[in-house]
Design a protein around this ligand. Structure first.
Ligand code: 48N
Length: 305
């Protein structure tokens, strides 16, 4: 095996010249103990991550659309928007390390996911198999829907997902007509956002965009984040507070109610139930899909106005 020095791309004083092999030394041999990887330097791994992450962060401080919350509503919105408008720079901010929100399970930790018609159309668009039960369909495991949706969203070149990142506040401004509007989000890494009372000030960063979609859900450590912030900022008098479970009332109310709640801010999914005081629907997800798609239409209405 010919050995060549691999120099990390740092000044000679810091570089760690190490003798490693070359890519052609990699061997995929499962027959015995002959499997060999191409050589690598630790610095190459760190630099591969750092360069991409911070280049993306730098580039997306001005986005066309920011979507807060990568649950079923936020991801349905992201897919509908990004797949139809490849020209739009869409940045998804998700507080959890794992995106997907509450859509990894059906209900009461059971795995099958119920989706009422006509939201099954979206499953066919994504290529998610299901069992047809007449008025509704069942995806055998919620993770099959959510992982397929997530992979389709992340495969779109104009979408960036910043997970483990929290929206800590909304950016507001006064537009030319003298109207207050939302103009972006204030962000921090979630572990920082959850620890503000353990350190002195750990300031955030910002991402500005002409339209923000907020789909932060109704539960979890930051559920209904923007709805609550609109109240504390005085944009909204009080929270409507989500009502009891009524599947037949809640799903159309949330889909049809998805809208620009204040200039520049479109609200979707279960966060809207908290904002409007709509009923909850429990373990059926067609309303989240429909609300996400409606939010995408709202974004295009605003951007194309
Ligand atoms: O899945 P969720 O919680 O929210 P939705 O609206 O996409 O879907 C709701 C749905 O799962 C239900 O609740 C079902 C239908 N049940 C209804 C019922 O009656 O019980 O996703 C919200 C996402 C989560 O991943 C959060 O981590 C994230 O939003 N999030 C945030 N991300 C960034 N910054 C924040 N401040 C923030 N707050 C929440």
């Amino acid at each position: 095996m010919s050995l060549t020095a691999v120099e990390t791309s740092t000044p000679a004083s810091e570089s760690t010249l190490r003798l490693v092999g070359k890519a052609e030394d990699a061997v995929e041999d499962y027959t015995g103990s002959g499997y060999r990887f191409a050589p690598i330097e630790e610095a190459q791994v760190s630099r591969a991550m750092i360069r991409r992450y911070f280049n993306t962060m730098y580039e997306r401080v001005v986005s066309d659309v920011v979507i807060v919350g990568a649950g079923s509503a936020g991801l349905s919105c992201a897919y509908s928007l990004a797949s139809r408008r490849p020209d739009l720079k869409i940045t998804i901010i998700e507080a959890n390390v794992a995106p997907g929100g509450g859509a990894w399970l059906g209900g009461q930790l059971m795995t099958a996911m119920v989706i009422r018609k006509p939201a099954d159309n979206f499953l066919r668009e994504l290529g998610v198999p299901y069992e047809d039960e007449g008025n509704f369909v069942v995806v055998k495991h919620a993770a099959l829907f959510t992982s397929t949706l997530l992979s389709r969203v992340l495969a779109l070149p104009n979408v960036v997902l910043m997970n483990a990142t929290a929206v800590e506040d909304l950016i507001t401004c006064t537009d030319f007509e003298g109207q207050q509007r939302v103009a972006g989000v204030v962000t921090n890494w979630t572990l920082v956002a959850l620890n503000h009372d353990t350190q002195s000030c750990m300031d955030p960063a910002t991402i500005t965009a002409p339209v923000i979609v907020t789909a932060t859900g109704h539960d979890g450590p930051m559920g209904a984040f923007s709805a609550k912030r609109l109240v504390s900022m005085g944009f909204t008098k009080e929270l409507g507070n989500m009502r009891g479970l009524d599947m037949n009332r809640s799903e159309p109310a949330i889909v049809n109610g998805t809208r620009e709640v204040i200039p520049g801010l479109v609200m979707a999914g279960m966060e809207l139930a908290e904002h409007d005081g709509a009923n909850r629907m429990g373990p059926t997800f067609g309303g989240m899909i429909g609300s996400g798609i409606k939010a995408a239409h709202e974004v295009l209405r605003i951007l194309d106005a």
